[in-house]
Write a protein that binds this ligand. Structure first.
Ligand code: PLP
Length: 352
């Protein structure tokens, strides 16, 4: 850190992304990426002219992609916001609507407190219940900006839509952001509620269910006025936030939607298979509606299992936070990858 850094940032603890080893020899089950390549139509869509056209600025409105998403989800283009990964939308939300402070669970996506700190927002972290579910009654009439990841990360647990609606309805003077990064893996979306509630923003991403984490593409749905707020911040920071290559890949991705729906079904199948097999090995596995499971064993500490798997070239994600240090978050990959995880886990348990 230089002596020139503003005081406001000196104490900021930045977000730590999951490990991204360069050597490619790991089975990567640590950052919730898809184990599948993008659809063939997406893999082949970029042409030489697309590279040549990089000399021009891209369309700052990303009108084509917005139109395609609007059509797929049955909303109007004015209800759609696009960004460079959904992290940007969460950041913009914190900038836009945190005037009265923010609240979110103590165990959830690690970026919410980072964005709050970044913008000097007062925030409260509300403990999850003993069973790691979010207690909706903690969020009733809070009159603060609320972030809820649904399904939640890293637990994978989903909150029923009726409870989400209760929270949104009771906070009519502040915005409720529902982060649906994992909704495509069997969750129920709050999207239909955006017509009824002007304080609801639903945030999604191409990173998990659409095999495009490196393309950096996030989107959100909300009423026209909320989207206008986000556009205002976007045009005040980086109008060209979706590069033209990613926009084209995004359009091809939306066109190939059924490919992705099928891949999600495969992930769900592998998830249930893995959860059951881990339970047979004595693990406690939280009920997941996402592309990862959160599991712990009485026989080995979370950190020890993480390290032993890493030695065997399998990466999972371990968090050192007190309440969840016994657990590991395991991304669901292909059947073969899950079998490798299970075999190695069984061997590790036998060794101790
Ligand atoms: C992965 C993730 C995101 C953000 O992903 P982007 O790659 O920035 O779109 C947002 N929220 C949660 C809960 C996530 O796990």
């Amino acid at each position: 850190m230089s002596r020139f850094l503003k005081n406001t940032y000196a104490k900021l603890e930045a977000y730590t992304p999951g490990e991204q080893p360069k050597d490619g020899e790991y089975i990567k089950l640590n950052t919730n990426e898809s184990p599948f390549p993008p659809a063939p139509e997406v893999t082949e869509v970029l042409e030489k002219e697309d590279i040549e056209r990089l000399r021009l600025y891209c369309d700052p409105t990303s009108a084509e992609l917005k139109g395609k998403l609007a059509e797929l989800y049955g909303v109007s283009s004015e209800n759609v916001f696009l960004s460079n990964g959904s992290d940007d939308i969460l950041n913009f939300s914190m900038m836009a609507w945190s005037g009265k402070g923010a609240v979110f669970p103590d165990i959830t996506y690690g970026f919410y407190p980072v964005f709050a700190e970044l913008h000097g927002v007062e925030y409260e972290e509300i403990p999850l219940k003993e069973d790691f579910t979010v207690d909706a009654s903690d969020y009733i009439a809070r009159d603060k900006l609320i972030f809820i990841a649904n399904p939640n990360a890293p637990t994978g647990i989903e909150m029923p839509l009726s409870e989400i609606e209760r929270i949104v309805a009771s906070n009519s003077d502040t915005v409720v952001v529902i982060d649906e990064a994992y909704v495509d893996f069997g969750g129920t979306s709050a999207l239909p509620l955006i017509e009824k509630y002007e304080n609801l923003l639903v945030v999604r991403t191409f990173s998990k269910s659409r095999c495009l984490a490196g393309g950096r593409l996030g989107y959100a749905f909300g009423c026209k006025a909320l989207i206008e707020d986000l556009e205002k911040i976007k045009y005040s920071t980086n109008p060209y936030n979706i590069n033209s290559l990613t926009a084209k890949l995004g359009c091809a991705t939306v066109d190939a939607d059924s490919y992705y729906t099928d891949r999600c079904k495969e992930i769900i199948k592998n998830r249930e298979y893995t959860a059951k097999a881990l339970e047979t090995l004595g693990f406690t596995v939280l009920k997941s509606k996402s592309n990862f499971i959160f599991a712990k064993s009485d026989k080995i500490s979370g950190e020890d299992l993480y390290l032993k798997l890493k030695k065997r070239k399998i990466l999972v994600r371990h968090f050192s936070k007190e309440r969840i240090r016994d657990f590991n978050r395991i991304t669901i990959g292909t059947k073969a990858e899950m079998d490798a995880l299970l075999e190695n886990t069984e061997e590790i348990l036998k060794e101790i």
